[in-house]
Design a protein. Structure first.
Length: 386
């Protein structure tokens, strides 16, 4: 059994999440408060014992570890020759925006969606075009008519897909992914699928990786994955870019290397291999813990804060909380709750779409922290209404 209740004090440790005031509780950025799996720590220690940290590059053991993991956890084995190493999912996306589209092009997203996508698009001189997800009060669906119309626009050359979706916690079905891929093929749109949250799912089957679709539908598809969210090793800066089409892969490879994103730090490779080869049991227990935390939040909110609603989530450790009964300005609400109670959540407006009516809460923390956060949320909502 792994320990998911022990609290690690990360104040004054260069942690972005915990760079806060003494009375504050951070439940915002996608960074877990659990200890890293001991198997990963052992691999890092063994690497440190080598006492030399020169230039490195990944070999077949790394790529085979990724393939083995996907075969066991996700019912599909990607070919190792499809894979490229990159120092992160977001760096890979920004690089591909530069390499696979042109300045002035439209890049499609599905708002509300991970806010850094917008940076990758706008900072590189492209235009954001959103196929906003449709919310029915319970969950989100894709507006496929709108999606096709926007894919058909001449300037739309790329789509960044979030699979599973952050922040709404939606796992796209194989049928939905197939329809997206068919439309992208028809309209010559490249799909970049960010699948960084793919391991943390709560349905029986899990999620479907885009590269497992039929061969004719994945020739314009690129998938980026990483152990960073699953095992809370974001600062290791390791990701794998999976590109089935050889010509496309060569272009992506040139972009990663010209952007100097293909060289791992000394701990990235051994830590990733340890995660992918020895992390199955840790992940299973993590998901049990997250399920317990999620049920705790859902029950508490339903009983004590009926003005808001937790949207049912199928993936990620990030909960999407509907606050539209009390405000349509989540930025104002988030700021008030933080100043009033010290609880630090994400304002949904940064994800655009209908995010101005939602807050995002990170529940990847010990039970005591979750309970503390819920008490603060209850107080903050009550005081905000008064």
């Amino acid at each position: 059994m792994y320990d998911f209740e022990k609290t690690i004090d990360r104040r004054k440790t260069d942690s972005i999440k915990w760079d806060i005031k003494e009375n504050e509780l951070p439940m915002w950025v996608a960074d877990m408060d659990f200890q890293v799996a001991p198997e990963i720590i052992d691999a890092i220690k063994q690497k440190a014992d080598q006492k030399v940290f020169g230039y490195e590059r990944p070999h077949e053991d790394y790529f085979n570890a990724v393939a083995d993991w996907y075969e066991k956890e996700h019912h599909f084995r990607p070919k190792t020759e499809w894979m490229l190493f990159c120092t992160g999912v977001v760096p890979s996306i920004s690089s591909m925006v530069r390499r696979l589209s042109n300045v002035g092009d439209n890049v499609l997203v599905q708002a509300p969606v991970y806010n850094v996508f917008y940076n990758s698009i706008v900072n590189n001189g492209r235009h954001v075009l959103s196929n906003d997800l449709k919310f029915d009060g319970e969950g989100y669906q894709i507006d496929f008519k709108d999606l096709e119309e926007k894919m058909a626009e001449p300037l739309t050359t790329m789509m960044i897909l979030c699979n599973p979706h952050n922040p709404v916690g939606k796992i796209w079905s194989k049928a939905e992914l197939t329809k997206i891929a068919e439309l992208a093929k028809k309209h010559h749109v490249i799909i970049i699928s960010d699948e960084i949250h793919g391991d943390i799912t709560f349905t029986e089957y899990g999620y479907t990786t885009m590269v497992s679709l039929p061969e004719d539908l994945i020739q314009n598809v690129v998938v980026s994955v990483s152990p960073s969210k699953t095992f809370n090793v974001a600062a290791m800066h390791a990701a794998t870019v999976i590109v089935p089409n050889e010509n496309l892969r060569n272009i992506v490879d040139r972009g990663i290397n010209s952007d100097e994103l293909g060289e791992p730090n000394s701990f990235a490779i051994p830590a990733s291999i340890a995660a992918y080869t020895q992390g199955h049991k840790w992940l299973a227990e993590l998901k049990e813990k997250l399920t317990s935390n999620r049920e705790l939040v859902e029950d508490f909110v339903k009983e004590n804060i009926p003005e808001v609603k937790v949207i049912k989530s199928e993936a990620t450790y990030l909960l999407w909380i509907d606050c539209q009964n009390i405000t349509d300005d989540s930025g104002e609400l988030q700021k008030f709750i933080r100043e009033d109670t010290g609880l630090y959540l994400n304002a949904g407006n940064v994800y655009r779409g209908d995010g101005n009516k939602f807050l995002r809460m990170n529940i990847a923390c010990p039970t005591d922290n979750v309970r503390d956060g819920l008490d603060r949320l209850q107080k903050g909502i009550k005081d905000f209404q008064e």
